[in-house]
Design a protein around this ligand. Structure first.
Ligand SMILES: [Zn+2]
Length: 161
């Protein structure tokens, strides 16, 4: 599948963050009810991921998947397997907070927004084009990298991000 886009039900907030971390277009809001989720999925051609079988019985739902696991990391693996996405992972391409796209920026560009310690020790920075959140090597970055390595091993992926 080329460009899987998802919308998640209210119970899958942690999975939403992991999907964004791996670069998948993932819409998640904790205030959407079932009819809204179904409408957005229709309008934006998104796959509904849910822990609620009821929503998948609605005739308007074209693409949906019941997530079996309750563990976020296993849920991610499950979704990547179910939609054959392991070669479509683009690490550090999407904002975990808002689903916007992130791009690498120079230190000069973000300098004023950084705390003194960060400014001193790190050199590689990324920023979300939508919400402006800054990611840098050493904070979220290391944790995300560790997670990514772990996941690559478990999925049998060899290529680097
Ligand atoms: Zn953002």
């Amino acid at each position: 599948m080329d460009s899987a886009r998802f919308i998640l039900d209210v119970h899958l907030g942690k999975l939403a963050r992991l999907l964004r971390m791996t670069g998948f277009d993932t819409l998640y809001r904790n205030d959407l009810d079932d009819p809204e989720i179904i409408r957005i999925a229709e309008d934006e051609d998104r796959i509904i991921l849910t822990r609620d079988r009821g929503i998948l019985k609605n005739k308007r739902v074209k693409h949906g998947h019941f997530v079996e696991s309750t563990n976020p990391k296993e849920q991610l693996r499950e979704v990547i397997d179910a939609f054959a996405l392991k070669n479509n992972i683009h690490f550090l391409s999407r904002c975990i907070a808002c689903n916007g796209t992130i791009e690498e920026v120079s230190k000069e560009e973000v300098q004023e927004e950084l705390k003194p310690g960060t400014n001193q020790y790190f050199n590689e920075f990324f920023r979300c084009r939508d919400c402006g959140k800054i990611y840098w090597e050493g904070s979220h970055f290391d944790r995300m990298m560790h997670f990514y390595e772990e996941m690559k091993a478990s999925l049998g992926i060899n290529k680097t991000p």
